[in-house]
Design a protein. Structure first.
Length: 149
C-alpha cells in the first residue's frame, strides 16, 4: 500500500464530455474513504489549458492522474494524449484511457502514444461503479505515483 498517497490528497483530472459519466465516475471515486480532489474538463482543448495552466486554469494543481475519454469535442482524446506524452513537463503524469471504444486500433494507438492503461467503460451501471473502484484501488492505493514537479 502506498502510504504517502493516504496522507495527501490525490489530484485527478477527469477529461469527459458526457455529464452522466462524469457524475458516475466522481461518485464512485468519492464513495471510498480515500481522499482525492477530482477536477473535470469537458473537452480536449480545456484539458490542455488546464494542464498548461492557461487562462482560467492559471491556479490549478498539477494532477497526479488523468482519466481521459477518447471521443471528445474540440480536441480528440488521442490528440490530448499525444500532446501530454510529448511534453516534458507533463509526460510523467499517468494517463488512464477510460472510453467506450473497444476498437483494437484505438487500443494499439493509445498504447503507442504511451497511455498507461486502457479501460473500456461498461454500459451497465453496477459494472461501471466496479471499474471506477478498481481504478481507484489500483492507481490511488497500490501504485507509487510520480512526484509533482
Amino acid at each position: 500500500m502506498n502510504n504517502s498517497n493516504c496522507f495527501q490528497p490525490i489530484d485527478i483530472l477527469l477529461v469527459e464530455d458526457n455529464p452522466a459519466d462524469v457524475r458516475l465516475t466522481t461518485e464512485a471515486l468519492k464513495e471510498d474513504k480515500i481522499f482525492n480532489n477530482i477536477n473535470v474538463v469537458p473537452d480536449g482543448v480545456e484539458a490542455m489549458a488546464y494542464l498548461r495552466k492557461e487562462g482560467k486554469y492559471t491556479n490549478t494543481v498539477r494532477p497526479d492522474l488523468i482519466l481521459l475519454d477518447l471521443n471528445l469535442p474540440k480536441k480528440d482524446g488521442r490528440e490530448v494524449l499525444k500532446e501530454i506524452k510529448s511534453d516534458d513537463s507533463l509526460k510523467t503524469i499517468p494517463v488512464v484511457i477510460l472510453t467506450v471504444s473497444k476498437s483494437e486500433e484505438d487500443i494499439l494507438k493509445t498504447y503507442n502514444l504511451h497511455a498507461n492503461c486502457y479501460i473500456t467503460k461498461p454500459v451497465d451501471l453496477n459494472q461501471f461503479m466496479k471499474v471506477a473502484k478498481v481504478i481507484q484501488e489500483f492507481w490511488l492505493t497500490i501504485v507509487k505515483l510520480p512526484p509533482k514537479t
